[in-house]
Design a protein around this ligand. Structure first.
Ligand code: BES
Ligand code: ZN
Length: 462
């Protein structure tokens, strides 16, 4: 309900901003302040060296989810939030790894000449049975498979559908070969598909198809794997509004603290964490009328597991009070952005549409830095689960990303202080537009931000 009121006000603002009357109104607001004066309450306090030091500490070692490296980062982030006096929660959640004890595929008693891979979620089981080729596994390609192992080509329909089709015709195992020469790591089954499912290369698969044209083949699938539970964490810190000026609204500001395995993740995403911590510091010294929740997620690199867990943990009431989510992921890459304006900074939304977050970001870029910040369409980070809850959300990132993305060379020496400063300013000023106490729910149009035009860009990101 709060959110609706804000969009309505923004819509009015957009109409007004197309004429010059609105712009003039903003610049000579009756209280005598220009927008810049308000921005400066935040901008003057941002210290990029703090951000750089955070990245230096975090990038000393990889922070893969579920490892000691993640725990070290989580403790550091928690202690920083706590030192600012913020109510800070560590939210643990489970993640799952697979330990492969052995996966063996035998053809007429002989091991195949490769290391076959289990489908993710496959049961551990050993079966020996005649092998039957069923093409790509469409129902019309499949006869009775009772007691047989199905040999299937990858492609066309989903892994789960293929396994299901084979299962429904009585198959006791699935052996799937790739539809390209790109190795044999693929495949998944879903709960209840309790037959061993194994992936092999295209070369081995095609040989078997040939062999089956002339002779009968007996195959053995022997899968012995274990699911190992580990723990990953989100760190959530709440900055409360001044008690007598509380709008009841919430803004969330996020990044992810995990890195890829073996990667120091200086830019991905120690940079985002550094901005979250610095904005928490700056805004904790500034009066506000809106709760600001600063958060760093674990397991983003496993598919936004931490942010999805956090999103699912929110009550309906909290969801309705969250006005906006700002996600910062890869915001300090010296070598990112190529020759694009604004160092390549872009705001990505899941649906490729503008929203409150991109409107505020574009306005802040124009107002405080004379930069035009475009928007585009992309997921691939923690703004996704917020969008799915109906919360206006965007990812701030320099694109295209640098050549060191997800490499051991994503190190501190490739970080640009100027880029860190830029994004901290733009996101800080945008958050402050919502949270500053003289704009209850952005209702007071005379001090609302000046809305600007900014383009959609279909820019390749990597
Ligand atoms: N920081 C990246 C997101 C990213 C990378 C966006 C390159 C745009 C261009 C993020 O940490 C990441 O790598 N995400 C994964 C998501 C996947 C695990 C669902 C990705 O994009 O591969
Ligand atoms: Zn990232």
């Amino acid at each position: 309900m709060y959110r609706k009121s804000i969009s309505a006000i923004l819509a009015i603002g957009l109409v007004l901003s197309s004429g010059s009357a609105y712009a003039q109104q903003v610049k000579s607001a009756p209280n005598g302040h220009s927008a810049i004066a308000f921005d400066n309450k935040v901008l003057n306090k941002i210290n990029v060296d703090n951000m750089y030091n955070t990245i230096a500490y975090l990038s000393e070692q990889p922070r893969e989810a579920g490892t000691e490296g993640e725990v070290r980062a989580v403790k550091y982030i928690e202690s920083q939030f706590k030192s600012l006096g913020l109510e800070t929660t560590i939210q643990p959640f489970p993640i799952y790894d697979t330990r492969v004890n052995h996966v063996i595929v035998q053809i007429n008693g002989n091991n195949v000449a490769e290391s076959p891979k289990p489908f993710s979620g496959s049961v551990s089981k050993k079966v020996t049975a005649p092998l039957v080729y069923i093409g790509t596994g469409l129902p019309e390609e499949i006869g009775d498979l009772t007691g047989k192992i199905a040999l299937i080509e990858r492609g066309g329909i989903t892994f789960i559908e293929k396994v299901q089709n084979a299962l429904e015709k009585g198959a006791v195992g699935v052996l799937m070969y790739n539809n390209s020469s790109a190795g044999n790591s693929f495949g998944q089954v879903q709960d209840g598909q309790n037959i061993p499912a194994v992936a092999i290369t295209r070369a081995t698969g095609l040989q078997l198809v040939e062999q089956l044209k002339t002779t009968e083949v007996e195959a053995t699938l022997d899968v012995d794997i274990e699911k190992i539970e580990k723990t990953s964490y989100n760190v959530i810190a709440s900055l409360k509004p001044n008690k007598n000026k509380d709008t009841g609204q919430i803004v969330t500001v996020g990044s992810h603290h995990d890195s890829v395995p073996g990667g120091p993740g200086a830019n991905d995403d120690a940079s985002g964490v550094s901005a979250v911590l610095e904005l928490a510091r700056v805004l904790s010294k500034t009066p506000i009328d809106t709760e600001i929740r600063f958060m760093t997620f674990g397991s983003e690199e496993r598919g936004m597991v931490g942010s999805s867990y956090y999103a699912a943990s929110l009550s309906k009431d909290e969801v309705s009070r969250i006005q906006a989510h700002f996600q910062m992921d890869m915001i300090g890459g010296r070598d990112a952005g190529e020759d694009n304006p604004a160092g390549g900074l872009i705001m990505y939304t899941i649906d490729g549409k503008k929203n409150l977050v991109t409107d505020l970001g574009a306005a802040a870029g124009a107002r405080i830095r004379s930069e035009t910040i475009p928007y585009g369409q992309l997921g691939r980070s923690d703004h996704q689960p917020f969008h799915e809850l109906g919360i206006p959300a965007a990812l701030f990132i320099h694109s295209p990303v640098e050549p060191w993305y997800h490499k051991p060379t994503d190190t501190l020496d490739k970080i640009s202080k100027e880029k860190l400063q830029q994004v901290a300013e733009i996101v800080g000023a945008s958050v402050y537009q919502i949270a500053r106490p003289d704009t209850p729910a952005l209702v007071n149009a005379t001090v609302a931000q000046e809305l600007v035009d900014y383009p959609f860009e279909n820019r390749p990101v990597d």
